[in-house]
Design a binder for this molecule. Structure first.
Ligand code: SF4
Length: 420
């Protein structure tokens, strides 16, 4: 070792000699130990000891060289968008596949597996709630209990009275509209802090689209389907939040759209908390392909907001971006638009592919276009190629994994509901 500032540093040649001598001495030491150990005497005769000596010296030298190589090799890169589990000893590919996801906050109807709060003192199971358990933070609410109607209680229904919708409890011959409106108003601030909501379908309180609305109180005639007391307020305040009911979420396309929106909102909420332009730019960049598939017009507008040519304040920029994102995510992506986006992504890795590989990926994209395989089949294929060619830009795209893979349930209700 030379003290700092000493100019008499050893030359490369003297370093090699030093290393050889060091290895030679280590070899002698190890071989001597072997020679005098009982085991060695059983296996090696003294005549062959010089050969063993020489081999040890070379082996030892090789070992040192390998160690040096390992030390000199650059450490695997730690992708900013991936979750580094602390140890870089594993394969880099494996690390690249582990994306970090925010934990969304979801408002949920309490009777969907949280408490026996239904009118008959029961609760229900909901597949989507069970799926999301452990991945999201639930905030469970029950407006009817909050309105003081008790459990169990006489059923309530929505009916049109003097051109206004009211909540009528026939068994008690009373209206509970005011109590339910107050309970819904209390829930609203909770919802505004959430990234989404899963509400009970058909309920006169929680229902979003399919609560029965009757004509008249005493001799009701079915009039139409509509939103419940809380459901209406939630839909009006939804903006960029993912909102749907447990029945509709059993449909594959609706669930996929819900999850994409939920995780995009949760990620945006995270950066909105710090309000750093740098974070907004990288958020927009990582959602480029996914947003392009959703709505190109709104995606371009989002881009102009991020560019901020008008030099607006950060708060204004984030507010505008949130509003534009809400419009962008209002409707699910169209399959044709997604296919175009997949070809964009493919363009980033096509150059390094062999002709057969190109053909294979194009066929896979076309299979997705023909509705023969799910989107994940294509995105996983593209992700593999992005890892292979170390295509950082593509690897960072939310399109490849917009939500945790564990939530990619392929079951479908088969009812072909339309996303509203
Ligand atoms: S649907 Fe809503 S109001 Fe009715 S029991 Fe469930 S949580 Fe309560």
């Amino acid at each position: 070792m030379h003290p700092p500032g000493c100019s008499d540093t050893p030359s490369a040649g003297s370093k090699v000699v030093q290393k050889f001598l060091c290895n030679f001495l280590q070899g002698i030491f190890r071989a001597s130990a072997l020679l005098w150990s009982g085991k060695a005497q059983q296996r090696v005769c003294r005549r062959h000891m010089p050969v063993i000596f020489t081999r040890y010296i070379f082996d030892c030298n090789k070992e040192v060289q390998q160690k040096t190589k390992r030390i000199q090799a650059p450490p695997p890169r730690c992708c900013r968008q991936t979750l580094c589990r602390g140890s870089h000893a594993g394969l880099e590919m494996k690390e690249g596949m582990l994306r970090s996801f925010p934990q969304p906050v979801v408002l949920v109807s309490r009777c969907l597996g949280f408490d026996n709060c239904r009118y008959d003192g029961q609760q229900l199971r909901a597949e989507i709630v069970e799926l999301l358990q452990g991945y999201v933070q639930f905030i469970d609410i029950c407006p009817e209990v909050a309105a003081g109607l008790g459990v169990p209680r006489a059923p309530i229904r929505l009916c049109v009275q003097k051109e206004a919708v009211e909540v009528w409890q026939p068994a008690e011959s009373r209206t509970v509209t005011r109590q339910l409106e107050m309970a819904a108003a209390e829930v609203l601030p909770l919802f505004l802090a959430c990234d989404g909501a899963v509400l009970k379908s058909k309920s006169p309180s929680c229902g979003l689209y399919d609560a029965k609305v009757f004509h008249g109180r005493e001799q009701p005639q079915f009039l139409r389907r509509g939103s419940g007391m809380l459901g209406e307020k939630i839909l009006a305040a939804a903006a960029n939040r993912a909102v749907d009911d447990e029945m509709r979420l059993s449909n594959l396309a609706i669930r996929e759209h819900f999850l994409i929106k939920l995780y995009a909102s949760a990620r945006f909420r995270e950066i909105d908390a710090t309000r750093k332009m740098r974070d907004l730019i990288s958020f927009h960049a990582s959602y480029k392909f996914l947003f392009l598939a959703y709505n190109e017009k709104h995606f371009r507008r989002c881009g102009r907001i991020v560019a901020n040519h008008e030099k607006l304040g950060q708060e204004e920029v984030f507010t505008r971006y949130r509003a534009e994102m809400a419009l962008l995510l209002q409707r699910p992506f169209r399959r044709e638009a997604m296919v175009n986006t997949l070809y964009h992504a493919y363009g980033l890795i096509a150059e390094g592919l062999a002709a057969e590989e190109k053909e294979y990926i194009i066929n896979t994209i076309e299979e997705y276009r023909d509705e023969r395989i799910p989107l994940q089949a294509v995105t996983r294929l593209l992700e593999g190629q992005a890892l292979r060619f170390d295509q950082h830009y593509l690897r960072n795209q939310a399109l490849l994994q917009p939500f945790p893979t564990e939530l990619s349930l392929l079951t479908d209700s088969g009812k072909g509901r339309k996303v509203q």
